[in-house]
Design a protein around this ligand. Structure first.
Ligand SMILES: Cc1ncc(COP(=O)(O)O)c(C=O)c1O
Length: 420
């Protein structure tokens, strides 16, 4: 049966069964913490890894380890083939037009820094403006701040309402002749808001402004099609997508990447070097200086194969139901307030409890074996906007269950009992 995002929960019952069966693919989830079965609700920080990802990386180091693009020997050829094969998988996964548009980086943060350094320095001048939203992660704020300081440009912020939704009329009004780039988060890690990025990209393009999308929290939870979105750049991290840490992807449109200067320099990003002149390599290699995280790339490839077997549309529907259930149960508890109530949300439940600091919530839940995240979630401006120092955040993945949400609800009651 073909699964689509518009299907009802019963319609994908069959698929849900197979999603439920996936939990045992994640060895880390089998453990007990503080005498209780581990409930892992910190997926927005990093997700767990299925056995197939762990095995793929083990196999690489056991039988294929070699440097890529350099040797003519057997192992180097195999490693190169495996690594370049992942580039093709990523291209298909996000429906890019060509594998030369897929750049391996360390993660979302490095992808954004690459664009800020390379595209930004080349294209921004004094008086220009970069637009970001009020709900960005620090990694989609600070690189633009540094760039604006260097180029004497201005960083402007698209505001949001109390539900955590961007004010699109304001956005339209803010864009003008000086706007040279828009950088937007697809799904907010602090609020869970899914931004209408397709519409926002179209508005920016109507004024000739390119758009970078921070997809760190989107790619693990929904099907992303960069050509359908028509974004100019899209960055995400493997470790939030059930793959290893230390590797991520920057997608960029060919014509933009070709016109951009290198970001870092050294081996592999060159065609020829003399002391007089260096000729740079073609894209994507122009942006991939030095030995990359080959084992990590192989792990990302295995994670994509794994996700493809399950179907991201089915994952989105399943997680939406988890979020609906958790929102209903948690918001019914007296004294608990959910931060971020956008109509379109994915996988994140941020909350505060009257009179109790989020760190204390996290500590008591940890004693119950429940891992949540507390703090500002690298989104301090979001906390400032809502007038709070921090939130407690439960973030879900498809291997989580309603039973685990029930455990969270019992845990919150205990927090209130002990500290309220
Ligand atoms: C929305 C968002 N953007 C960017 C990042 C940075 O990702 P990384 O640390 O993997 O580079 C995160 C990480 O939490 C995030 O949630």
């Amino acid at each position: 049966m073909e699964i689509s995002a518009t299907m009802s929960v019963p319609e994908i019952q069959q698929q849900r069964v197979s999603i439920a069966g996936c939990r045992h693919h994640f060895p880390v989830l089998r453990q007990w913490v503080n005498g209780k079965p581990l409930v892992y609700f910190d997926n927005a920080a990093t997700s767990q890894k299925p056995q197939v990802v762990i095995d793929a990386m083990m196999k690489y180091y056991e039988s294929e380890n070699s440097n890529i693009h350099r040797g003519v020997h057997y192992l180097s050829e195999r490693a190169t083939q495996a690594y370049e094969g992942v580039r093709v998988k990523v291209k298909q996964f996000i429906n890019a037009g060509h594998q030369r548009e897929i750049i391996f980086v360390r993660g979302t943060t490095e992808g954004i820094n690459l664009v800020a350094h390379s595209y930004g320095r080349r294209n921004l001048k004094e008086g220009d403006e970069v637009l970001v939203s009020a709900m960005e992660h620090h990694s989609n704020i600070v690189p633009w701040q540094i760039l604006c300081e260097e180029q004497r440009a201005t960083l402007r912020v698209i505001p949001m309402n109390d539900r955590g939704e961007l004010l699109l009329d304001e956005y339209e009004r803010m864009m003008g002749k000086r706007t040279k780039l828009v950088a937007l988060v697809h799904v907010s890690n602090a609020l869970g808001t899914i931004n209408p990025v397709k519409q926002m990209i179209a508005s920016a393009h109507a004024r000739g402004v390119p758009v970078l999308i921070d997809g760190a929290q989107a790619v693990p939870h929904m099907k992303v099609d960069v050509r359908e979105l028509d974004c100019d750049f899209y960055a995400f991290s493997s470790h939030k997508l059930f793959g290893p840490t230390g590797v991520g992807i920057l997608y960029g449109k060919t014509h933009l990447l070709e016109a951009m200067p290198p970001y870092q320099s050294g081996g592999d990003m060159i065609k020829s070097v003399t002391f007089e002149k260096t000729l740079y390599n073609d894209i994507p290699y122009k942006f991939e200086a030095g030995t990359p995280n080959i084992g990590g790339g192989i792990g990302l490839g295995a994670a994509i194969d794994y996700i493809n077997q399950i179907d991201l549309n089915a994952i989105a529907v399943f997680e939406h139901e988890l979020l609906r259930y958790a929102t209903e149960k948690v918001s019914a508890i007296g004294g608990v307030h959910i931060i971020g109530n956008a109509k379109e949300k994915a996988s994140v439940l941020s909350f505060v409890i009257d009179g109790i600091h989020p760190h204390d919530i996290g500590t008591i839940l940890d004693a119950e074996g429940i891992a949540i995240r507390t703090g500002h979630h690298c989104a301090q401006p979001v906390m400032l906007r809502f007038g709070i120092p921090a939130t407690a955040r439960a973030s879900f993945a498809f291997y989580n269950t309603k039973d685990e949400i029930d455990a969270l609800v019992r845990g919150i009651h205990k927090v209130i009992e002990v500290l309220g």
